[in-house]
Design a protein around this ligand. Structure first.
Ligand code: ZN
Length: 198
């Protein structure tokens, strides 16, 4: 069984749009999703019937290999029930339902880390209905991938096969029925994926 780790507030511009503090010096914000949340392309992505708004968060995802290093990379969506997350934040309660509901972790195909070049040079996009909504540059992460893996291994003990969603850049927003999503990693066509909200 793999553990799905997720990093919050790892891009300053996204933290700002959420009204949250972000800081490269402090500890990473970490939460988990159940493995059953994982969804293969093309999904479909299903919006829980009682959710107020499910936001897309496009993220670089690392699969951990032996020695707690990045073995492979993919693009994923950290789907978030934003009203429920806001209510949990306000009440000081966990995010489990807001972030870990069924199907909340769409994940595209993995490519070997050795095939994608330096991790801190990667850029990716999420387009919804043909319009780019999120544009991520790994160089803008507050905590780099090697730092995140070292931290997670020290605190939790990473195991081969574990997954790490590395945080979302700015531009998050709600999904609607019928939306068509395209995740693309610049220069690495094999990491792309297409999704539909049904
Ligand atoms: Zn996220």
């Amino acid at each position: 069984m793999a553990t799905i780790y997720c990093i919050g507030r790892n891009y300053a511009a996204h933290a700002r749009e959420m009204g949250a503090p972000a800081d490269a010096e402090g500890e990473p914000v970490v939460f988990l999703k159940p493995e059953a949340a994982r969804l293969e392309p093309p999904g479909p992505i299903r919006l829980p019937p009682d959710a107020g708004a499910i936001h897309h968060e496009a993220e670089l995802v690392v699969r951990v290999g032996a020695g707690a290093v990045a073995e492979a990379l993919a693009l994923g969506l950290d789907l978030t029930d934003r009203p429920r997350q806001a209510a949990a934040r306000a009440a000081g309660l966990p995010w489990a339902r807001a972030k870990g509901f069924r199907g909340s972790a769409p994940l595209g195909p993995f490519v070997p880390a050795a095939d994608v070049g330096p991790l801190d040079q990667l850029t990716f996009t999420l387009a919804v209905n043909g319009a780019v909504r999120q544009h991520g540059h790994a160089a803008r992460m507050l905590h780099s991938v090697p730092r995140l893996l070292a931290y997670l291994d020290e605190v939790f003990g990473l195991r081969p096969g574990d997954l790490v969603y590395t945080g979302t850049p700015e531009g998050v927003g709600p999904l609607a029925l019928g939306d068509r999503l395209v995740l693309a990693l610049a220069g690495v066509a094999a990491a792309g994926s297409r999704w539909e909200v049904a």
